[in-house]
Write a protein that binds this ligand. Sequence first.
Ligand code: ADP
Ligand code: MG
Length: 271
Amino acid sequence: MSFIQIKDLEYRYSDNMAALKGINLEINEGEFVVIIGSNGSGKSTFAKLLNVLLVPTGGLILVDGLDTRDPDNVWEIRQRVGMVFQNPDNQLVATTVEEDVAFGPENLGIPPEEIRRRVDNALRQVGMDGYQKHAPHHLSGGQKQRVAIAGVIAMFPKCIVLDEPTSMLDPQGRREVMETILHLNRKERKTIIHITHYMEEAIEADRVIVLDRGEIKLMGKPVEVFQEVEKLKSYQLEVPPITELAYELSQSGLDLPKGILTVEELVEALC
Ligand code: ADP
Ligand code: MG
């Protein structure tokens, strides 16, 4: 069932060129969508439109049937769509992890015992159980970002939009956050919209969307999108490391199928 419906979406900041234009898209409940695109392609603008931090200047977005242009829907939509941003330090405000995760539910006016349950459950979901009394600023980047995600989960959103949540993390932190995202999608059935510039993070998505200069240029399963090595390069995008290697090998004359994404697939094709 479709959770987000987007029709002829356009967004302009003041009189500038459209940051987004001609976007038509449906995102299904429980889908894991990855959005890639070079700097300035409109990814963050798109994320903000989903969370009603911005309102379309053309076309419309329905979230769970709610029109984001209607001011009466803002509160409802923000409860259904949680946001995680790039810099974990800007998202953690309290002196302990549990206070941080409780912050959202407290604002929803949820009773204390229920908040306690939600906080503990959310920390378990992100693999941070036991850190309740820890100080957020002493955590690693990956741990901080997982606490920020726990703060979102504690509000029980149906959908989580993550705008480059891994871009300030080391490889270990990136893996932790990706495992958390996969868990939330596969086990908790959250709809995930993950914006990233790490192509390897797109491999496990249900669908990859490529933005370039405010438009959707490619969309499909990872194996379909990453076959388009030359197009992706023309949008200043890389392909996943293994795909790049397979591409280089086939350029130098080896007969390999297109759309190789993993080491296993490459080994199989080579042997
Ligand atoms: P991305 O997240 O893909 O890097 P953005 O959505 O941040 O892209 O930006 C898309 C376009 O909108 C860019 O051309 C950018 O310069 C412009 N833009 C972003 N934020 C603003 C703003 N607050 N005011 C004016 N233009 C903006
Ligand atoms: Mg951005």
